[in-house]
Write a protein that binds this ligand. Structure first.
Ligand code: XIL
Length: 451
């Protein structure tokens, strides 16, 4: 499989976008008023599932671009969509989503490589040895095509049964390759794109129960034997039969304690009004309470295109109006919905411009990591900011996005790539990829200077 034409680095992409589109500046200026920027202020991403077929709808794309910092292709990267016949890969629809996300500086979650569903029938008819080869070829085909462009991959999806047994679910992979197929998939994935976080993803694993215990035991075993796994995804499709569990945070935390990140990958909660809003609050608060819960993805932009549209489970209604659930999520993320309210971002005070900078490591692999620095304006609007970051001597930065660095030895001074305006209280962030070269130490972020 050939890789996509080498993409512009995200830094270069951000620069081009900035030059071309004033909306990019508006986006960061309104920072704390959107889901993505409020989540960034908490060191998290806030994503949505996206369908390529809706990208031509202006309201859909405007809402997507304004609110979200990560996207997951809802169906376009699944096996039936990408390798409908053996060895013939089609990426047209998935590429549309990835290109769009990159043009907006959003991260992409890859979903999903090995799953019993949306699997073309040719896969099921292979014998064990051919099936093993086909599984590895599929992983290499997808991950090779998007190498370096995917934040996290759902390597294996839904491999455990519902119910009390904690057993594996029957599938061509399970039935012909046995329990080891998951481990083989993860090892293949690590080699195919070492920069991507590798996730196991499932549903009905959101609380402590027999199914999540079985996943927990698998992750623990993988960690003890050095099988590469970086995160566990919790789909979190909730409704009255499957409500937000009371031990949700506790469950996320016990997985995090195994040394993996946790992500909420397909969140939707059927319902409406304040009850739905309260449930969304519980989920966001649970993620924020767990340091290694690195982000949340809702399973669609608008109720009208939800896979469970009858249950109106999302944050925007069918006409893209913000629902009470939206306000609840934004507020739980520390954002604020109405820039006109006194004391809200955008209300000028009478002091001096100031800012603070905080650092988080957003991705980590053997040889490198991604860092993110979030700049938050004080109670006065900021027209420009400057932050210094001192790297441990061995480390080197290979790319930086949403900011412009100048270097002096191992100190980089970062300024906005474009208009650095921030409303009072608003946040923006820049990110970078660093090579560890033997040092795993964190960089030191200096004072943020505002004017
Ligand atoms: C769903 C999509 O939303 C639908 O459009 C499609 O018809 C079926 O799949 N678990 C997953 C997702 O991992 O891929 C599923 O997405 C929802 C359940």
């Amino acid at each position: 499989m050939s890789m996509r034409l080498r993409r512009l680095s995200r830094a270069a992409t951000a620069g081009l976008v900035a030059a071309a589109a004033l909306t990019a500046a508006a986006h960061s200026a309104e920072a704390a008023d959107t889901l993505g920027s409020a989540a960034a202020g908490q060191g998290r991403y806030f994503g949505t599932a996206v369908a390529a077929s809706h990208l031509g709808e202006a309201d859909y794309t405007a809402t997507l671009d304004r609110e979200f910092s990560s996207v997951t292709p809802e169906n376009e990267m699944k096996w039936d969509a990408t390798e409908p016949s053996r060895g013939t890969f089609t990426f047209t629809s998935a590429d549309r989503i990835v290109d769009h996300a990159q043009s907006q500086g959003m991260d992409v979650r890859g979903h999903t490589l090995v799953w019993h569903s949306q699997l073309p029938s040719w896969v099921g008819s292979l014998g064990a040895s051919d099936l093993r080869t086909a599984m590895k070829d599929h992983i290499n085909g997808l991950m090779g095509h998007y190498k370096g462009e995917i934040h996290s991959w759902d390597v294996v999806n839904e491999a455990f049964q519902d119910g009390g047994s904690g057993a594996r679910r029957g599938s061509p992979f399970q039935d012909k390759l046995g329990d080891g197929f998951i481990e083989e998939a993860f090892r293949t994935a690590r080699a195919a794109d070492p920069a991507a976080k590798l996730c196991y993803n499932d549903y009905n694993t959101d609380g402590v129960n027999a199914k999540s215990n079985a996943v927990y035991d698998m992750v623990k075993d993988f960690k003890s034997r050095g099988v590469p796994i970086d995160c566990v995804g919790f789909q979190s499709h909730f409704n009255s039969n499957s409500p937000v569990p009371s031990d949700y945070r506790q469950n996320l935390q016990r997985f995090a304690d195994l040394g993996v990140d946790v992500q909420i990958t397909e969140l939707d909660i059927e319902g409406s009004g304040s009850a739905q809003a309260a449930d969304y609050t519980k989920v966001v608060e649970a993620c924020l309470a767990v340091d290694r819960c690195t982000g949340m993805t809702v399973w669609g932009v608008t109720d009208k295109y939800s896979w469970r549209s009858g249950g109106t489970p999302l944050l925007f209604d069918g006409t893209y109006q913000e629902k009470p659930a939206y306000d609840a999520v934004l507020s739980a993320l520390g954002g604020s919905g109405d820039p006109g309210d006194p004391g809200e971002p955008g209300e000028p005070g009478d002091g001096t411009a100031s800012c603070t900078a905080t650092y988080t490591r957003t991705a980590d692999w053997n040889s490198g990591y991604n860092g993110q620095v979030t700049i938050t304006a004080g109670d006065e609007p900021v027209s420009a900011w400057t932050v210094t970051v001192t790297l441990p001597a061995q480390q080197s930065v290979s790319s930086l996005w949403n900011g412009t660095p100048t270097w002096s030895g191992n100190v980089m001074t970062v300024k906005p790539s474009w208009n650095g305006t921030l409303a009072a209280g608003a946040s923006t962030s820049f990110g970078f990829t660093a090579a560890k070269n033997g040092s795993d130490a964190a960089p030191a972020v200096g004072t943020c200077t505002a004017s």
